[in-house]
Design a protein around this ligand. Structure first.
Ligand code: NAD
Length: 461
């Protein structure tokens, strides 16, 4: 465990009966010097998972010199990057932080020996049938089990449905014979990081935290307070903490589904939803703008609602609204492609055999994360319709097959799926005759001055 003290043999250096003032001064100076060098009072923290959540978190903890921070991952390429002081994820803050902090990164789980805090930041995906897949969490917990010691705090940061900590994680840890809440603490502190966000980062986003015991919760909350400069709200249970994160993302999914449904209805009625949302937003209370688009992506919003839906079902409740929201949002790539098909038809062009450019593969602007990206579904649908697809994404090197110019020069139709800054700068669309703006981000008026058919999502056409 952390907090080991070395003995300070130097104290005897001037240990004779008559010491002068100078000798006393030197004695004190040396004692302080040796204390500084040998007194190892840091607590060991192991962060499991060097991804979008774990790596920025590890950096933020490492800034506090009271902690010796270790990063453990099964992905050797990520560990090598950390060792070479390169951020394994696109995160502006973490890219700067890693140059200044020390993280002992490894694929060897023995690093967990003697850790005071072990923080789990592994993925929580869904399988192909949209059922929660807890395999990464279970496997990680089974690894921790081998190193569990009295006095440790195990903290789950991955997003999970209410119940996972107590129903899935705790029983594995207690196989050691150690008792949760007595011998070790189990806490859940859901992460809220928003990759690519210039204002909100791991240092300033408030947190909620729940644990097995009130005392343990306070201890772990104080640990978070030592490196996060924002509110750390202690909630009364693990389930309450787990639920906060799930409802945040379900809330987003439902609201986005609402505007996506409005987009389809307003397209039929010829009403510009963008203008309507702007108007509704000047209500000083109760309205919160959400915007339609070609689909919802990332590792959170299109995934987390399924965790709640499935767990509630187990308890006998059917989340009808959440299921409908998911259905509306997963249909948006198809809606976008169908818009392209009919806009091309207006120009007398058949999609089968046409050169179609896909601008953007990642799920959101200016990052390269393609998990659950609607662009991938759009690409599949275009393929099925027989289009020749050229895809371009400056943030997803290796996954795209064209440059912006290739698309502008060779494609008759374009679907913009991601609002990367690069695409906003295009002002000569060259051979393009039809644009479907899946993020309503292009300068519509400028495009409409040319001979191009331009349509957004819910812009009334
Ligand atoms: N990405 C986000 O924006 C975000 C925001 C808030 C919360 N979350 C949640 O945080 C969790 C992690 O997400 P992420 O985006 O950081 O995922 P990620 O894929 O970027 O990183 C997870 C890391 O865990 C590693 N890993 C997987 N299994 C492991 C194991 N058994 N042992 C050790 N390492 C293992 C992977 O190799 C990977 O490097 C998820 O539950 C997610 O829902 C993500």
């Amino acid at each position: 465990m952390g907090g080991r003290y070395k003995c300070y043999g130097c104290f005897s250096l001037f240990n004779h009966s008559r010491v002068t003032t100078i000798e006393k001064f030197i004695n004190t100076f040396l004692a302080l010097y040796y204390m500084k060098i040998f007194k190892k009072n840091t607590k060991k923290v192991v962060v499991i998972g060097m991804g979008y959540v774990g790596f920025p978190l590890a950096c933020s903890i490492a800034k506090n010199k009271n902690y010796e921070v270790c990063g453990y991952d099964i992905d050797e390429s990520k560990i090598n990057k950390v060792k070479n002081k390169i951020s394994p994820v696109e995160d502006e803050q973490a890219e700067k932080d890693i140059k200044k902090v020390k993280i002992n990164a490894t694929t060897n789980p023995d690093i967990m020996i003697g850790a005071k805090y072990i923080i789990i930041c592994v993925p929580t995906p869904v399988d192909k049938n949209k059922n929660p897949d807890l395999t990464p969490i279970i496997k990680t917990t089974e690894t921790i089990l081998r190193y569990l010691e009295k006095g440790q705090s195990i903290i789950l940061e991955s997003t999970v449905n209410p119940g996972v900590s107590e129903e899935n994680v705790l029983p594995i840890l207690e196989k050691t014979g150690l008792v949760g809440g007595k011998d070790f603490e189990l806490s859940h502190c859901p992460e809220r990081i928003n990759p690519g966000d210039k204002k909100w980062n791991v240092y300033n986003i408030p947190r909620n935290i729940g644990s097995l015991t009130i005392e343990g919760n306070k201890r772990v909350a104080d640990f978070y307070r030592s490196f996060i400069n924002a509110e750390i709200n202690e909630v009364s249970s693990l389930k309450a903490a787990e639920s906060t994160k799930i409802i945040e993302n379900a809330f987003r999914d439902i609201n986005i589904a609402f505007v996506n449904e409005l987009a389809q209805s307003f397209d039929k009625m010829g009403i510009n939803l963008d203008e309507v949302i702007k108007g509704a937003s000047n209500k000083p209370y109760a309205f919160m703008p959400h915007y339609p688009g070609c689909g919802v992506g990332g590792h959170c919003i299109p995934v987390d609602p399924y965790y709640l839906i499935q767990r509630a079902k187990k308890s006998g409740f059917d989340h009808k609204l959440l299921k409908i929201a998911r259905k509306v949002n997963t249909n948006m790539p198809r809606y976008t492609v169908m818009k392209l098909v009919s806009a091309l038809k207006e120009k007398g062009i058949n999609i089968c055999g046409a050169n179609i450019g896909l601008l953007g593969l990642s799920y959101k602007a200016n990052i390269g994360d393609m998990r659950e990206s609607p662009a991938l579904e759009i690409r599949e649908l275009l393929k099925k319709l027989g289009a020749n697809i050229l895809s371009c994404d400056p943030h997803c090197n290796g996954n795209a097959d064209a440059k912006i110019n290739d698309i502008l020069e060779h494609c008759v139709g374009v679907v913009l799926a991601t609002d990367h800054d690069h695409f906003l700068e295009i002002d000569d669309w060259k051979s393009v005759e039809v644009i479907i703006d899946g993020r309503n981000c292009l300068n519509k008026d400028k495009i409409l001055n040319s001979n191009i058919v331009y349509q957004g999502i819910g812009l009334g056409a």
